[in-house]
Design a protein around this ligand. Structure first.
Ligand code: P6P
Length: 338
């Protein structure tokens, strides 16, 4: 049986895109190389060289930087920075954007969370890389703020690499959401999950209930509503929470349900970063028929005010996210017994 590789898929997409110059194809191929290198390092972490553990540094998010965080950030930055396809690289791990030297600039902006789920690295739980690609919008060769603070609906592509029981590369451009699984014996990603579509409604909710005392009353009401038994609405929902966005999102994408990281007293703007986590996941889920909001506003409509802006995130099956918005707005509370 003919098995399509990710490289072949990208090339075929390029051929079928009017006016394509090949620059996007080149950029995607560099992302694939970086993903394979990080996957290799993640999968042999703990064997031989000392790649696990902390670097002793704190990043702009105020989080302890793991050695694998730094490795992933350097790998993606170096490979993509030299590709001649991007003019700026923004990373969750870096305070400031990296502006590519004029001689190496291309027309794309690359945003990434190089290694998401750091707290799970040393305990061998799923982690991942998240990326997002925009076109430069300002005139001329200089990179401006407007290029780095675009609303999520301006993305031209978004995806993630999940370093789990197998390494998966999930990608959306403007032609559906597709999953590719790495065959380590060949070092190639093969199409394994074509045309992913999220179920209209799921039966799981995903949230860190350890934060409950910090939630507002509407959030508490929403989670309690999901726990009440009502077979007609598939309740009670099951709780699934891994603590790595890529893993919790991937399960939600395949099985349906809702992932929530609301704002709370501890994180008044929410914890997750707009450019590096919420916007790419929102772009992917909408292309798979799902929905993503802050609980009241569509994620992809937000114009970020700063590079590391955080937002609340409710993402998943359209019916589940709509129910959450309904209850959070207070409208749904009267009809929905807790
Ligand atoms: P908490 C990982 O650190 C991360 O950025 C996301 O991958 C994940 O969804 C979230 O934070 C987990 O946060 O507060 O539950 O540990």
């Amino acid at each position: 049986m003919q098995r399509t590789t990710l490289v072949q898929y990208i090339r075929q997409r390029g051929f079928s895109t009017p006016g394509a110059t090949g620059e996007f194809t080149s950029l995607m191929n560099e992302i694939i190389v970086a993903a394979k290198i990080v996957s290799l390092e993640v999968n042999r972490a703990g064997i031989g060289e000392d790649i696990l553990g902390l670097t002793g540094k704190i990043n702009i998010q105020g989080e302890e930087v793991q050695k694998l965080d730094e490795f992933a950030d350097m790998t993606f930055t170096t490979i993509i920075g030299q590709s001649g396809t991007v003019c700026a690289i923004c990373s969750e791990e870096r305070d400031e954007p990296l502006i590519v030297p004029k001689t190496d600039r291309g027309k794309y902006i690359f945003m990434m969370d190089p290694l998401d789920g750091s707290s799970n690295i040393d305990v061998n739980v799923g982690i991942g890389s998240i990326f997002s690609i925009y076109r430069k919008v300002s005139e001329g060769n200089e990179v401006h703020d407007a290029d780095l603070r675009q609303p999520g609906h301006k993305q031209v592509a978004a995806g993630y690499v999940m370093y789990g029981s197998s390494t998966m590369f999930v990608l959306t451009t403007d032609q559906g959401v597709h999953g590719f699984t790495l065959d380590p014996s060949l070092g190639e990603f093969f199409l394994s999950h074509p045309n992913l579509r999220i179920p209209e409604q799921g039966s799981t909710y995903s949230i860190n209930e350890g934060n409950m005392e910090n939630w507002d009353e509407a959030q508490k009401h929403l989670v309690n509503h999901l726990k009440v038994s009502d077979p007609a609405t598939r309740r009670p929902y099951k709780l699934r929470y891994i603590g790595t966005l890529v893993s919790d999102f991937h399960r939600t994408l395949l099985k349906g349900g809702i992932f929530m990281y609301p704002s709370d007293k501890k994180s008044p703007e929410g914890k997750l970063r707009y450019a590096f986590e919420a916007a790419p996941m929102a772009y992917i889920v909408e292309h798979a028929g799902g929905r993503a909001s802050t609980g009241s506003q569509r994620i992809l409509d937000i114009v970020p005010e700063k590079l590391h802006q955080r937002v609340p995130l409710f993402v998943g099956s359209p019916r589940d996210v709509a129910l959450a918005e309904n209850i959070l707005s207070g409208k749904g509370r009267s009809q929905q017994p807790a």
